[in-house]
Every structure is written in structure tokens, then in C-alpha cells.
Design a protein around this ligand. Sequence first.
Ligand SMILES: [Fe+2]
Length: 232
Amino acid sequence: MKVKQFRYSQDNLGYLVYGSKTAIAIDPGAVSEIISFAKEKKVKIKYVTNTHSHHDHTSGNDLMLEKTHAQFLDCKAIRNKRSLKLDDEDLLVFHTPGHTRDSLTFKADNILITGDTLFNGTIGNCFSEDLLGFFNSLKFLCSFSKETIIYGGHDYVKDSMVYAKLIDKQNPETDRYLEKYNPDHIISTLEDELKVNPYIRFNDKAMVKVLNKKNLPGNTEYERFKSVYELY
Ligand SMILES: [Fe+2]
């Protein structure tokens, strides 16, 4: 299975996951680009779905369905399936609530499509009001191998590194991370994220130090996560 990223609107990122014959469009805002790419690769767009039900992620659904006659799978339907076959390969679907109650993460080989749960450099807002649930979702995503590729739902790389530097001025990794920034392809590994993304550095000694200095609660992983989440 392969994954192609498509940028649309200001900073939204959508994806086409494809095998040798069929494909699934996830958050398909870049409708015409996705269709052209699928034609070029000679794959049929069989399904359309979303990482969660926010409008900026679902805005391309109707046009994509009209132009391709693909089957629409809403977040709940696809979550219940847990995986989807694409040319005999499995695209895994995980429920990762927190940003919204219906947030999903997709796994194609070693690639995670994380929507607004985990971005490259930051995380989404906790609109579900279930911060502990959000933390558990992030912990689950952090349990994959360090080489796992993270494909998020927006490009917030530059702003997120400004913020990361505000929290931890001493971290030399933020500049290294920014040097790799390419607006045409927003990508990082879980290892990169664990070095720079302040919200998932809850077990990083440097982050524990930062919180101690600020006299913020930090005895448990969740306390540290919450302290960083509530910082600004
Ligand atoms: Fe969202």
C-alpha cells in the first residue's frame, strides 16, 4: 500500500491510500488532484472517508462521490470495520478520540494518517472535552515503532515550532526539525515527534525539567501532558 498526500485550502492535508488496483480517499478536499493522480496510477477510488467529521475535512466528500461513484464510509461505519481491504492488503482503522469524539487514525504499513489528533509538531485542540481520552489516544499512537511515518491533517509545522521553542528554549531538535520542512510534503517520523512535539514529550527528561522549573504538576504522564496542554 502506498500513500500520497494532497494539500488543499490554506493548510489542510488529505490522502489517497492505494494498492495496485484500488484506493481510498481520506479527507478528499483536493478532489481534482486526487482524481488525476488516481488516473495516472491506474487505480480506482473505491471508498471515501474522513479522519473526523469537521467540515474542513469532509468538504470534498460530495464532489468526490459524484465524480467517482465511490462508496462513502462515515467515521462510525469505518471504525466498526476496524480494517479495510485494499487489494488484499489491510488498511487498519483505530478510534483515537480526543480532538473530536469520532476521530480516527488510519495505518497503512508503517504510515499513520492521524487527522487532527497528532500533527507534525503539535496536536489538535481537545474539542471533545475528554482530555484524558485524548491523552490515551496520543499514548497509543506513541506506542508504534519510532520509524513510523506521521501524516497529519494540517500543516502547522512553522507555528508549532515557534510554540515548541517557547516552552523549551534549550531544545536543539526544533531547528533541525524546521530545516527539514517542505511545504509540498509534510512528513515526520514518530521519532522526530518525540524529540520536538511538546505534547508527546511527557516522558522526556528535558520536558520534565521544564515543568519542574515552572512549578507545574508533573508526577504522572497524564499530569505532565495536562500541564503542557494548559500552558498557553
Ligand atoms: Fe478538526
